[in-house]
Design a protein around this ligand. Structure first.
Ligand code: C2O
Length: 342
């Protein structure tokens, strides 16, 4: 059966991802009282929001993005749009604040075929709320273009200490170093940058090539209502984990980017997930937009979010299969890695 939203009145303590798990509170405000409606996808007449690569942001783009984030950070702490509350949603769906409806299995959208659609919605609402806060319905978030040589660095705008985009928990060794897709916490910075870039590109190419006919390998494996989540991530998610690790602190407890329950506190998270989402879009286009899983257990699964009208909405996977259906798109960037013929 498809996943459904949990019983919102039954939020409980979650646990962090440490080796000795500690309890954390990530229950959202008000869920118990709020009324839920079905999500209606935006109208085709709504403006298209075009996401641009973060490393290509000009000063005006940066100023606008910073203004939106600053407003989100300034909201009352218990407002569902508040920056911290928005980050906490990630914890809710990853660290066990809810059980799946009528079972004792925890709600978890990572390491399965829900990873890409859930994050697509999550980032979508975050973007819509930011646009609302600055009164701009064309507002689009940046994506961290880590699949192109010039984008394989932390985008500079996130490194300005005076900016609301800054997060001082990141690995300082990586402020100006190239990302290595084979990074583990013990590694020091590579000296041969060209070699790292080349292996990164080859890795991307092989991920796409080897999964093109087999969506479960790219997206993650099936998880159905009532099943106990067992880790079965797709290669897209596994690659994404590396960037989390690489951006987060090298020392335990690896907050913020390095840990599920705090990851979305770092604004870089959303640029990262912009690109992860873009990878899904590219994958889907390579496949001629053939639906990845023609399975109602996937298509009819649903998640809940607060939308830009402070309304609790129930969102089905089938309504987020393309960015265009949510009225956003990615500014085309050359795919430095692909040898796949389109
Ligand atoms: Cu929900 Cu990048 O993880």
């Amino acid at each position: 059966a498809p996943f459904t939203p949990p019983d919102l009145t039954k939020c409980h303590k979650a646990t962090d991802d440490d080796v000795n798990p500690k309890e954390v509170d990530c229950c959202p405000p008000d869920y118990g009282k709020a009324k839920m409606v079905d999500f209606t996808p935006p109208s085709v007449n709504d403006p298209l929001r075009v996401r641009k690569a973060a490393h290509k942001y000009n000063p005006d783009d940066i100023a606008k993005f910073e203004a939106a984030i600053a407003k989100m950070k300034a909201l009352p702490a218990d407002h569902p749009w508040n920056y911290y509350q928005q980050a906490t949603i990630h914890c809710t769906y990853c660290n066990g604040a809810f059980d799946q409806l009528n079972t004792k299995n925890l709600l978890q959208i990572h390491e399965s075929w829900f990873f890409l659609p859930w994050h697509r919605y999550y980032v979508y609402f975050w973007e819509k709320i930011l646009g609302k806060l600055i009164g701009d319905d064309t507002f689009a978030i940046p994506f961290w273009n880590w699949d192109t040589p010039k984008g394989m660095y932390m985008p500079p705008m996130y490194l300005n200490e005076k900016s609301p985009l800054f997060d001082d928990t990141r690995d300082k060794r990586h402020y100006t170093s190239v990302i290595d897709y084979k990074y583990t916490y013990k590694n020091s910075n590579p000296t041969d940058i060209d070699a790292v870039v080349t292996t990164n590109l080859a890795e991307l190419d092989s991920i796409f090539k080897e999964t093109l006919q087999l969506p479960a390998l790219f997206m993650g494996k099936a998880l159905r209502a009532g099943e106990k989540p067992t880790p079965a991530p797709g290669r897209c998610e596994s690659l994404h984990n590396v960037a989390h690790m690489w951006a987060g602190p090298p020392d335990k407890p690896h907050w913020n980017m390095g840990n599920f329950h705090t990851a979305a506190r770092d604004t870089l998270f959303f640029a990262h997930h912009g690109n992860v989402d873009r990878m899904w879009d590219i994958y889907s286009k390579f496949r001629g937009q053939k639906v990845e899983f023609r399975d109602p257990d996937w298509l009819d699964s649903s998640f809940i979010f607060y939308d830009e009208n402070e309304q609790l909405v129930k969102c089905k996977v089938r309504n987020c299969l393309t960015p265009e259906s949510l009225r956003y798109s990615y500014n085309p960037e050359p795919l430095a890695w692909t040898t796949i013929r389109r």
